[in-house]
Design a protein around this ligand. Structure first.
Ligand code: NDP
Ligand code: 2IT
Length: 451
């Protein structure tokens, strides 16, 4: 039995349903880094893997708040502080009914390696709640955020742990969270990123993840000797922060994004999606995508229930490049086959772990250029770190300055991943390249810091 199988067997002893996504993320990393563990004794001698897969600590707390009908509601809040070898814990907060400890451990674990890949001084963490912002009034969201921060503030700080947004948490939520933190601590400090610009947010943070994913893809296609995205049809899933800004950047560089999705259905607009309308529907009205076809009857709306179970309509649209930007495991092996058969040559993960392990194997075995999440979507957290720098130095950087820095970082991450893959004999495999490069940086810091 090789080192990877041995370790996976050991960790699976404690496996439970909730932890499935965490084990999925961990297994991929363990397989990728097995050659490194075999070739460098230091990692085994220092039990790095055993130490890396256990979070430093997990806070789990009750959040009690009152809704608009004066009913008292109870949710669960979490913060997983995973690893701070490279810098303070850093990672988003997710508000979604599916949130549990297993999902946050998967996201926190990915975040450690993602943050390491940026080359910036940030450790890994993640948090959130099973609170569902959908259908809630602004006042209810504010009440929830205040109650959540009443507990969370005890564990965070600008040099300790700096949360940000993720699914269900955008500038509105971060604003309310910041307001409550300030009230409790009387301290005006950069304890959260993704803040609105007027009180310490960085320009370009809303755009950073989506733009960064496109910058990464352009560099990957260049390295792999493929045609650029200009003039090419692209498919995108999701209709939130990451998806809308990926669409925006694709349009700016002359590509033709033709799709987006939400949890209820898919929009396919073969002439290219109407981004102004999408922003109005999703960012202002928080409406369903179904509304899109009222303004564009020639576009198609495919409700989830109208598509054969087990596959997803968005990945059955012919495209040159695909950008899954919604959520974990939203692209499976059937979807991968559909993409490959329809001529797709590149898949870039804007979301965290959107492709299943089988789908990834299909992409790699068919030589599809595959940009894994921890590398391709690292632009969001990179600009979060820029926000921390601006807050710490009481300065403000311009839009172009941040955009230029983001572009450079995404190109550096891409090059680092590609070179690492080459060095370890798996040229073109960005999954192994990202896992090895990220792991090495954290592991070397852990060794240098001792136990
Ligand atoms: P948003 O909340 O802004 O948007 C999420 C989008 O995904 C919505 O369109 C939502 O549809 C859809 N979605 C969410 N859950 C599901 C589900 N279970 N099934 C189908 N569709 C779903 O989140 P973000 O755009 O910020 O995040 C999207 C992905 O990107 C996540 O994986 C996140 O972890 C990752 N990410 C985000 C970063 C950021 O900076 N925000 C940085 C790096 C990664 P609906 O509205 O109907 O629920
Ligand atoms: O998954 C992610 O990288 C994020 N949700 C952003 C984290 C951050 O701290 O900006």
């Amino acid at each position: 039995m090789g080192i990877a199988e041995d370790r996976i067997k050991q960790y699976e002893k404690g496996n439970c349903e909730q932890d499935k996504v965490f084990y999925q993320a961990m297994e991929e990393v363990i397989y990728s880094i097995a050659p490194l563990l075999e070739s460098d004794e230091r990692y085994k001698q220092n039990s790095i893997l055993d130490r890396l897969v256990v979070p430093d600590r997990i806070f789990k707390f009750k959040v009690v708040w009152m809704d608009d009908n004066q009913n008292i509601q109870v949710n669960t809040g979490y913060r997983v502080q995973f690893n701070n070898s490279l810098g303070p814990y850093k990672g988003g907060l997710r508000f979604h009914p599916s949130v549990n400890e297993g999902i946050l451990k998967f996201l926190g674990f990915e975040q450690i390696l993602k943050n390491a890949l940026t080359g910036l001084p940030i450790g890994g963490g993640k948090g959130g709640s099973d609170f569902d912002p959908k259908g809630k009034s602004d006042f209810e969201v504010m009440k929830f955020c205040s109650a959540f921060m009443t507990e969370l503030h005890k564990y965070i700080g600008p040099r300790i742990d700096i949360p940000a947004g993720d699914i269900g948490v955008g500038a509105r939520e971060i604003g309310y969270l910041f307001g409550e933190y300030k009230k409790i601590t009387s301290s005006y400090e950069g304890v959260l990123t993704g803040k609105p610009f007027m009180f310490g947010g960085s320009l370009m943070r809303p755009e950073a993840t989506g733009y960064g994913t496109v910058y990464f893809t352009e560099k990957m296609l260049e390295i792999e000797g493929k045609e650029s995205l200009e003039g090419k049809v692209c498919t995108v899933s999701g209709a939130g922060n990451v998806a809308l800004h990926a669409i925006e950047k694709l349009q700016q560089i002359g590509a033709i994004p033709v799709s987006c999705t939400d949890s209820r259905g898919t929009i396919y607009d073969s002439r290219g999606v109407d981004l102004c309308l999408l922003k109005e529907l999703k960012l202002e009205k928080r409406a369903s995508l179904k509304e899109y076809v009222k303004a564009h009857p020639e576009a198609k709306y495919i409700p989830v229930e109208d598509y054969p179970e087990g596959a997803h309509a968005v990945w059955d649209i012919p495209c040159y490049a695909a950008f899954p930007c919604a959520t974990q495991n939203e692209l499976n092996d059937i979807d991968a086959q559909n993409l490959i058969v329809n001529g797709c040559i590149s898949v870039s993960e804007g979301a965290n772990m959107p492709s299943t392990p089988k789908a990834i194997n299909d992409f790699l075995s068919h030589k599809i250029c595959f940009a894994p999440a921890k590398a391709a979507n690292s632009g969001g957290v990179a600009v979060s770190e820029f926000e921390m720098s601006q807050n710490a130095s009481m300065s403000k950087w311009g839009f172009e300055e941040v955009d230029d820095k983001l572009k450079v970082i995404m190109q550096q991450v891409c090059t680092r991943v590609a070179l690492t893959a080459k060095d370890y004999g798996v040229e073109g495999n960005y999954v192994d390249g990202a896992n090895i490069a990220g792991f090495k940086r954290v592991a070397d810091a852990m060794i240098a810091e001792g136990i």
